[in-house]
Structure formats: C-alpha cells, structure tokens
Design a protein around this ligand. Structure first.
Ligand code: OOG
Ligand code: NI
Length: 465
C-alpha cells in the first residue's frame, strides 16, 4: 500500500488471478484435474532434477510457478477491446506484442496483457491472450451486418466495474475495499453464460461462417476459454493425459524437447460441449464448444538473433513436412523438429556467447567476498568466468503466433482452414485498442540491463553495460 492508501496493482492482479482460477475450476471441473496433474509433475521434476529447482530458485520463479497461469479471451468490437485495456491496466497489465492469426485462417488479431517489470511479474505473472474478432473478414455482407448489430447491443462490463476503472484512472489507484470490489465485478466479464444472444438459426449461420465468429458473437460476454498452468515437463503431461482419459492435440507446439528449454511449448485438449439456451428456447436445448484445456512449458526468452534462428528452424521443419502437423504425421513431425533444431545450441553458455537469449545476472557470495580485493575481474565475462557473477536465462513471458494458430485450430476443427486475403494490420489493432502494444524484446533487454547494473552496483564497479 502506498501513502495515498492505494493498493499495489500487482496485488489486485494476484487476487484477480486467484479468483479467476477458482471460478474456472467451478465452471470446468476438468481444469482442477489438470492443475493436480501439473503440480504432481512439477514436484517429480524438481525431485529428480534438483538443478532445475536450483535454477528456478535463482530467478525467483520457484515462488511463482504454482500460481502461474495464462488465460485467453476473444472480444468483438474496438470498444470492448479498449475497455479491456483499461480494465487490465488497473491490475498493472499492459498490452505486449502483436499477433496476426489471419495467415493461419483464424479471423482475429491479438495481444497479450501482462505485467512488464520483473518485480511485478514476480508477484503475479498472470497474462491474458486477448483477440479481437475481425468482422471485415466475414465475406457475406448480411451476416457481417447481423454480427455487428448483435455486438453493438451487448455490454460486457458491469456498470460498477466501469465506474471503478474511471475512478482508478482519475485518482491513480484503488484502496483495498475498492480493489476487492473491482476483482468481483471484473470477474463478471469473463464468466460463462448459458443464455445466448441469438436464435439457434442465427447461431448456425454464424457458426457456418466460422466457429470462432459464433463463439464471439452469440454470447453475452468474452468467457475465458482456457486457463493454462505452467509445467516443468510438458512431454510427461502429453504422455500422461491419455491415461487420465484426456486426448491431447496431435503435436506439442513450439520447439522440441531440449536440455535448455527455449520460448514456449504448448499442448491442449479439445473443447467441452456446453449446453446453451438460444433465444426463443425455454431451456438449454442447444450446445456450443468453447472452452478447452491447455498446458505449457516456458523456457528462455530469445534475442532477435535467437528468435530468427527459431523461426528459420521451425519453418524448415514445416516446409519439409509439407502439410499441417496431424495425428497421421505426428511422429515424422517430431523427428523433423528434432533434426532441424540440432542447429540451435543447447547450453546456456553457448546461447549466451552467441547472443541467442536474454539472461539475468546475480552476484554470488564469492563475488561479494572478493569486493575489496585489489585484483579482481572487472568485466561481465571475466566476472562470470571467475564465478563472481552467476546468470540464468530470462523466462519467456509471451506467446508464439504459429503455436497460437495451432492451438486455435486444434480446438476449432478442420473447417477453420480458410485463406484470408487481408492480412496483418497492426495500425487497425492500435486504433481499436486505443493505445500501442509494447515490444516484448525491449522489455527483456531492459530486465537484462537492470540486472547487470545491479551487479555493478553491488560489486562497487562502474556500470558494466
Ligand atoms: C487463444 C489461442 C492461443 C495460446 O496460448 O497461444 C493461446 C484462443 O483460443 O482464444 O491461447
Ligand atoms: Ni493459451
């Protein structure tokens, strides 16, 4: 709490993330099973590989791992997106990155709302992948008009949450009671609603155009469609799911298994069939599939050079496979992925020397003990060499467009393979957002730089960067 009695936005985010998780557990009991499976796997990994636990201890991730989640929502209008931006800002979450999913046949573009400073991420790394439906990609003009008419009529925020957002913006924060109320009210936007806003016939029309369009347009709000815990071993989870009666998607998205994980690996399982009451129906006679399960493993954030290498190797894998990864070619896909990624160095030393990843630097006890020595190492590399400074990779906090497309597609079914002629339009996205997205690479570079400067200060050395 600061001197005006405002509570730290990170605390609001932590509260909200817990409330969201509780709500989703009640709505989708399978999510609870998933959390158990992930917690058990993470315990096993740390027992069997104490070095992994040690690494997470250095970076502080050990403390945040059990609460780490990302969610995803899809909104229908610019107005909704810009209000969502303001709502997340109350919790210290900024839009980071731009993801265009249209090349993959998904009519949305997206950003991720998250905390941006390492200290804030440490309190709560909660992030929300947020997509804006691109109605301009609906080719049938009548259907487009129907969809925008329906969206124009709905209000996805409670009056009270809007008032609290205004108040927070005007006064610079929320006190504890207001923050508690904000969390309860904000949660309403993300809740599942059984009553649809359209008739069954309208739903069918929207669904025929694209299942995602029906998911956004036919409901009262942008229900949270998944909440993803972070595992330390996604292959164990992928292999363990069928034993629990869960069928995961055919392949794990992202890089292959490595000694030193990079970026993000993700898998998901199919959406639930939910009962829906369409307009004109007395009870929930219809059904819709919206919500699904997802698990992810996070690794090192890559520099532009590292990311270019990742993209090149992933593209080469897909080019050689010549088709979308599927049940039928999953084995070959994994073999090709392994083969191509041989070219990506698999040690932190090598990744650091080649400038492929971002790192955080920490002064060691040996470094502290040597502070008053006449002769001691004075460059970052020499300090690392001498063991006066320790480093660990910075964890990737963002998403991957190809992976996100794969997750969308596996949960939308095959009818999603559409080729849109209009592609990326970040300017339109910024206009709708009412702001610009931050560049994730700048954020990683800033964290790395802060950690190096902190080392210089602790060691009484001139700035090392
Ligand atoms: C979002 C799909 C993308 C991820 O983790 O990459 C995603 C959605 O289905 O709304 O969640
Ligand atoms: Ni996701």
């Amino acid at each position: 709490m600061n001197n005006q009695g405002f509570i730290d936005p990170s605390e609001i985010r932590a509260q909200f993330s817990r409330a969201m998780s509780d709500m989703y557990k009640a709505e989708v009991p399978l999510y609870g099973d998933l959390l158990d499976l992930v917690a058990e796997t993470n315990r096993n990994v740390m027992e069997q590989s104490p070095e992994v636990a040690e690494q997470l201890r250095w970076t502080g991730e050990l403390d945040r791992l059990a609460m780490e989640r990302h969610g995803a929502i899809r909104v229908g209008t610019a107005q909704e997106l810009s209000t969502i931006r303001r709502l997340f800002a109350v919790m210290g979450m900024q839009p980071v990155g731009y993801y265009d999913l249209s090349p993959a046949g998904v009519p949305v573009h997206s950003t991720a709302f998250r905390a941006v400073h390492e200290n804030a991420l440490q309190i709560s790394p909660f992030r929300v992948f947020t997509s804006l439906l691109r109605l301009e990609l609906i080719d049938n003009p009548e259907l487009r008009a129907l969809a925008s008419g329906i969206l124009a009529k709905r209000t996805i925020f409670t009056p009270r949450v809007k008032a609290l957002i205004d108040q927070c913006e005007a006064e610079g924060g929320l006190n504890e009671a207001d923050a508690g109320e904000f969390v309860r009210e904000a949660l309403e936007t993300f809740r599942w609603h059984t009553e649809a806003t359209v008739t069954a016939a309208e739903y069918d029309q929207l669904h025929e155009q694209h299942r995602l369009i029906a998911d956004v347009v036919a409901f009262k709000g942008p229900h949270i469609n998944h909440l993803t815990p972070r595992t330390l071993d996604i292959d164990q989870i992928q292999d363990g799911m069928p034993r629990r009666g869960i069928t995961p998607k055919a392949v794990v998205e992202g890089p292959p298994r490595r000694n030193c994980p990079i970026l993000l690996r993700q898998t998901s399982f199919k959406a639930l069939q939910e009962k829906v009451a369409f307009v004109g129906q007395g009870s929930a006679e219809g059904s819709h599939t919206a919500r699904f399960g997802e698990i992810e493993q996070r690794g090192a954030a890559l520099t532009p050079k590292g990311r270019a290498l990742y993209d090149k190797l992933l593209n080469a894998t897909r080019a050689e496979l010549k088709e979308f990864p599927s049940e039928q070619n999953a084995r070959r896909y994994n073999e090709l992925l392994e083969k191509h990624f041989q070219a990506f160095p698999d040690s932190h030393d090598e990744m650091r020397i080649q400038g492929l990843a971002y790192f955080r630097y920490f002064v060691t006890e040996k470094g502290i003990a040597a502070r008053s020595n006449e002769v001691r190492p004075r460059t970052l590399d020499d300090l690392v060499q001498a063991g006066h400074v320790h480093y660990e990779p910075l964890v990737y906090e963002d998403f991957l467009p190809v992976s996100a497309a794969g997750i969308f597609q596996s949960n939308l079914g095959d009818n999603a393979q559409v080729n849109y002629e209009i592609t990326s339009n970040q300017t339109d996205f910024h206009d709708a957002l009412g702001g610009t997205v931050l560049n994730e690479l700048d954020l990683y570079a800033a964290t790395q730089r802060r950690s190096i400067l902190e080392c210089s200060a602790t060691l009484n050395l001139p700035p090392l960067v």
